[in-house]
Ligand binder design. Structure first.
Ligand code: SPQ
Length: 433
């Protein structure tokens, strides 16, 4: 049975600081690349969210020894072809990143494997990855001709391709590049707009050569990864919830420490700045191969803007919380070119519009996004649902900070997918008198 949580009531302000937990995308990649590398890797500040634990579980089933103590992961890498045939089904849980990236590793391996995930994963399109992998020679079968989980993979010898992806997707790019690592020839992926580049950066940290030319990324097959040490920066997608909370909750100033500032992820910073948020970026530094900073945000008056084009892949996961931000800005915010939202953990155009409408926000869905007409009136309480989507659950919890009346959130557990201590952090900065 699904549980319901009464969300914290309207607060008098937010104050203090939070250390943002490790980046989900980078944590996944740390374990995966560590597993296919030769030698030991240590990953610090690892995100212990459920999605990343699913990745650990899948590689353990392929014979990789992985030790997790608090937020430190030690992986005894076995080399790309040192993974062993899993005797059990690989369960990816709710994680699209695990499913799609692992397919790139399994396709060029030597054994048979099966992948399964939860109800949400079963609805997410896998043909965007299985199609280019098959062009390389992969043997993948599953529902709707390999379009959906459960999937079965028979490892094959792969040949490089020069793939032009119809979508700007780091998961597609990464799956093809990972398959390319063990293919004959040079594999390239060209995207319509730049998606997050953690794979490219981390492959270099593991000693691989990766070429980039505009929107094209290439990798030569036959390169071996060498185990390394990684410190994961805080996840800007998690920080985004508190950035918006600080901007829209009256009487607030909060500091978010250790936030990853990779330029392929900082669309939320651009949006906040353009809307008039009071945001400062301090202590900028590079940790391993990723830029990091501390962010300070205070309440301010905001104005609506248009969010579209190449900016979309740089903030795709932040759109649910940006919709809430826009609800508190004067004028209209138009979000377009974002039809990728329809294939996330939920159809995030529908779930954002449905749930914010229940709280009294003036919001309409469009074919590729949404239009929000802002107002600084308080939102109203209601019974809402995360629909099992962590980002919808956290957005609704932040909405409760500016709501008159009670919000009851169905299925709050989904938040543990990417931010297990979200409610503790929220409580830590809430000023109640
Ligand atoms: O891993 P999953 O379930 O796909 O998670 C999401 C999220 O909101 O956390 C998407 F629903 O993030 C993706 C992101 O949208 C993580 C990701 C990655 O680590 O490579 C890339 C993005 O997806 P895509 O399809 O644009 O490549």
């Amino acid at each position: 049975m699904k549980s319901t949580k009464i969300l914290p009531q309207k607060v008098n302000g937010l104050s203090g600081s939070i250390v943002i937990p490790g980046d989900k995308s980078i944590s996944h990649r740390g374990v995966m690349f560590g597993a296919i590398a030769k030698g030991k890797s240590t990953i610090r500040n690892f995100l212990t969210g459920e999605d990343c634990l699913s990745t650990i579980d899948c590689f353990r089933k392929m014979g990789v020894s992985i030790n997790l103590t608090d937020d430190v992961v030690e992986v005894e890498g076995k080399g790309f072809l040192g993974l062993t045939e899993p005797s059990d089904i690989l369960d990816v849980g709710n994680s699209g990143t695990t499913t799609r990236l692992i397919l790139g590793i399994l396709s060029g391996n030597t054994f048979h494997s099966c992948l399964i995930g939860d109800e949400s994963i079963a609805k997410r399109p896998m043909n965007r990855v299985t199609a280019p992998l098959r062009m390389m020679g992969a043997s993948i079968d599953g529902r709707s001709e390999g379009g959906y989980t459960p999937l079965a993979v028979r490892g094959k010898k792969l040949t490089a391709i020069d793939y032009v992806s119809p979508v700007a997707s780091a998961q597609v790019k990464s799956a093809v590049l990972l398959a390319g690592l063990n293919a004959t020839g040079v594999t390239s992926v060209t995207e319509p707009a730049k998606s997050r580049d953690h794979t490219e950066r981390m492959l270099r940290a593991f000693g691989c050569e990766v070429e980039e030319e505009g929107l094209k990324v290439s990798i030569k097959g036959g390169q071996a990864l060498t185990g390394t040490e990684i410190t994961v920066p805080g996840d800007i997608s998690s920080a985004a919830f508190f950035l918006v909370a600080g901007a829209i909750t009256p009487n607030s100033t909060i500091t978010l420490k250790n936030v990853g500032m990779n330029p392929t992820r900082t669309g939320i910073i651009d949006v906040l700045t353009r809307m008039g948020a009071n945001l400062s970026i301090e202590n900028e530094r590079v940790v391993n191969f990723e830029p990091v900073a501390d962010l300070i945000i205070s309440t301010s008056a905001l104005s609506g803007i248009e969010i579209s084009g190449d900016l979309i892949p740089r903030l795709i996961d932040e759109i649910p919380i940006i919709a809430l931000l826009a609800s508190q800005a004067s004028g209209e915010t138009v979000i377009k070119d974002a039809s990728e939202l329809k294939v996330k953990e939920t159809n995030r155009i529908d779930t954002v519009v449905n749930e914010l409408t229940k709280l009294g926000v003036d919001i309409q869905s469009t074919d590729d996004g949404m239009i929000i007409t802002g107002s600084t009136d308080a939102l109203n309480g209601n019974q809402v649902s995360s629909y099992g989507d962590h980002r919808i659950g956290m957005m609704l919890a932040i909405a409760s900070l500016i709501t008159e009346g009670e919000i009851q959130l169905e299925n709050p557990e989904s938040i543990a997918v990417s931010y297990p201590n979200f409610f503790n952090h929220l409580e830590q900065i809430s000023v109640n008198k």
